[in-house]
Write a protein that binds this ligand. Structure first.
Ligand SMILES: NC(=O)C1=CN([C@@H]2O[C@H](COP(=O)(O)OP(=O)(O)OC[C@H]3O[C@@H](n4cnc5c(N)ncnc54)[C@H](O)[C@@H]3O)[C@@H](O)[C@H]2O)C=CC1
Ligand SMILES: O=C(O)C1=NCCCC1
Length: 312
């Protein structure tokens, strides 16, 4: 008879997951993933089931990390909601298994994991690719990802100015009112991104909202939205002129409209830069196209369980 799985809600998961612990684990696992050693890591591309009647998708994201003894899957739904809807667009549950015997050891909220690990990975990309002496951060969008990106970027870096743009100005003001530090609300994407050193795109857009002609040469773009092969956040000019990094080449080819439809070449995976097999071209305009990976959820969930176990 095995023990019942530990059940952790969003509040507990949030409390048990710090960026300080998360960032080094994500760097390590993404470096290992990019070595493509299947005796160490197995992570297929996400399976996606469209729910066309309701503008949604179900994604299933399994991963096995043999050396760390982590067997995990996340189930995530993402829905294109009407502006101002009280329901989150991204909802998720993460299961951890005992890899030796196959039973479930923990069932936890995946919303907090998704928000934090995605923002932490973008922060890793910024650490590698943003211009030296970056002063201005710009966030496009005002939802869950915008908030987690604001939290980690202002924690890890020292920006002099933070700007936010959201489709409805009122939502940008609501976002800013919840924060401690000063943030400038901008009325257009062009105004928000002009002169910015780092731009985070975290919207539900399916057509380009960020145009290369507005982006300062040498800026770094962490592109988090547009996770379907026919969705875009960035235009062709930006995609073709920038040096493009991705989290996973297979994921990007299967899921990123910004890459597939622009015909942009992927220069390297983030893990390949972490490993030293490809350079970080910090002096050029760079795009990190993030789609999200099961291994990121797996190491995050393990951290949460370790912390929780240490307290009980
Ligand atoms: N790369 C990754 O690992 C992950 C990516 N995502 C993606 O990140 C994006 C943001 O996710 P959440 O913050 O959870 O969603 P959310 O619903 O909390 O926020 C979405 C934001 O996008 C804005 N928006 C929606 N449609 C828009 C449009 N057509 N044009 C401009 N702005 C628009 C909304 O006003 C809101 O500010 C989504 O595309 C989601 O699929 C989410 C989780 C992980
Ligand atoms: O990695 C994830 O988790 C997600 N990626 C894209 C969209 C929703 C969730």
């Amino acid at each position: 008879m095995t023990d019942s799985p530990v059940l952790l809600n969003k509040h507990e998961v949030e409390r048990c997951l710090s960026y300080e612990d998360l960032i080094p684990r994500l760097e390590s696992v993404m470096g290992k993933f990019s070595k493509r050693d299947s005796s160490e890591i197995i992570q297929p591309v996400r399976s996606v089931v469209p729910i066309a009647q309701h503008n949604g998708f179900l994604g299933v994201m399994p991963a096995y990390l043999a050396a760390e003894g982590i067997l995990c899957t996340k189930m995530v739904t993402f829905y294109q909601r009407a502006e101002g809807s009280s329901l989150p667009s991204t909802q998720a549950t993460v299961l951890l298994f005992d890899p030796e015997h196959g039973h479930v050891t923990a069932i936890m909220d995946g919303e907090a994991i998704t928000a934090k690990r995605t923002a932490a990975v973008s922060a890793i990309s910024a650490k590698l690719f943003m211009p030296a002496l970056s002063k201005v951060l710009c966030i496009l969008g005002s939802g869950q990802q915008a908030r987690s990106h604001y939290d980690v970027f202002t924690n890890v870096f020292n920006f002099k100015e933070v700007r936010v743009w959201s489709r409805r100005r009122e939502m940008a003001h609501r976002f800013v009112n919840d924060l401690q530090g000063p943030v400038r609300v901008c009325s257009s994407v062009k105004e928000a991104v002009t002169g910015a050193d780092v731009i985070v795109t975290a919207t539900g857009a399916s057509e380009p909202i960020l145009f290369g002609e507005w982006v300062k040469s040498g800026a770094h773009v962490a592109a988090v939205g547009a996770c379907r092969p026919d969705w875009r956040e960035l235009d062709d000019v930006l995609m073709r002129e920038a040096v493009v990094y991705v989290d996973s080449r297979e994921g990007a080819t299967a899921e990123s409209g910004d890459i597939v439809l622009s015909g942009a070449q992927v220069f390297a995976e983030l893990g390949e830069v972490i490993n030293g097999s490809f350079p970080a071209q910090r002096e050029k305009t760079t795009v990190f196209k993030s789609l999200g990976m099961g291994i990121q959820d797996a190491v995050s969930a393990k951290l949460v369980l370790e912390k929780w176990n240490s307290e009980h």
